[in-house]
Design a binder for this molecule. Sequence first.
Ligand code: COD
Ligand code: ZN
Ligand code: ZN
Length: 375
Amino acid sequence: MSTAGKVIKCKAAIAWEIKKPLSLEQIEVAPPKAHEVRIKILATGICRSDDHVISGAFAMPMPILLGHEAAGVVESVGEGVTCVKPGDKVIPLFLPQCGKCKICRSTRGNLCSENDLCGKGLMPDGTSRFTCKGKALHNFLGTSTFTEYTVVHETSVVKIDAAAPLEKVCLIGCGFSTGYGAAVETAKVEPGSTCAVFGLGGVGLSTVMGCKAAGASRIIAVDINKSKFPLAKQLGATECVNPLDFQKPINEVLFDLTSGEGVDYSFEVIGRTETMTSALASCNNNIGTSVIVGVPPSASQMNVDPMLLFTGRTWKGSVFGGWKSKDSVPKLVSDFMGKKFILDPLITHTLPFDQINEGFELLQSGKSIRTVLTF
Ligand code: COD
Ligand code: ZN
Ligand code: ZN
């Protein structure tokens, strides 16, 4: 029996308040309005940003339906939707591509002005499609994937290859693309160059893969947890450095390792202001580029010696790897299908959706790189 046009009752994991485990409940998901798409979620990763909302570090309105790194199948579409149809395999896009704003019209940049990174938590028309016990739930980054069904705006979803394994390509919805794109799209790492990647979580390891794919000849992986080194090497790191093994600052260590020249490209994939400055200071003083990938703590400030920039270094940030989401996600899925990169090593755990809180515990204890929940 078709569910199109009807309210769907289904299971979802709700954050009612911060610092509490998610609560598995039955919710009601309204049908998609005009230019909206209802998706049956089949796989979703747990990303650090979801955890940042639960911990309170990333302030969002409560109650909220988290999750933003997923893949699924279109259940039904609202009036006027032409980009997808029921049955299509899709990836929700936490960074939309409206095609109309200044950035979408430009060949440069990817931060579509329709994004909800500041956390309104509602559909573009200012309403919610989710209710639980009579209360409206906020959505997260226009996606909300910790649910059997979600509704997104048509600018926040894209069709992918029908043969793609959803329990793997869901990572292209956030973590993989964020790290990989920082190297190949934002920095545009050149063949033969020297790179340093600070932080070897799932995103940093994806940056290592991006540096390798771009043809970097040296990839220096930096982390204070040496248990991350074997996988970093497997994915392309040529050297691994633990700042805790040295008395001097890590930027000086990296200058020593590069005959006093500094690296060509450095990436901060931790989210700490101190390591952002260290990464900047680690790259060549004239032609080095440093990219901030880690999300800084809300309201943090930096105190930086302007000489670091005066001599010519470039300092930039990268959201979702610099990719224009609708244009790039299907291509990244095709590249995965064409074996241009692998995702398996990043997926350390696969759990049924009901065990979502165990997935968060694995992330919080540093035991997982990525947990994928299946429905
Ligand atoms: N020096 C070196 N390494 C360190 C240090 C330090 N001082 N402190 C921590 N580390 C290491 C940790 O040991 C760990 O291995 C790594 O840094 C961080 O890894 P994780 O597992 O905590 O994080 P990731 O890889 O899952 O993601 C981290 C980001 C910081 C990039 C996170 O903020 C993120 O997911 N950003 C995505 C950016 C974005 O666009 N967000 C919007 C939607 S998600
Ligand atoms: Zn736009
Ligand atoms: Zn994410």
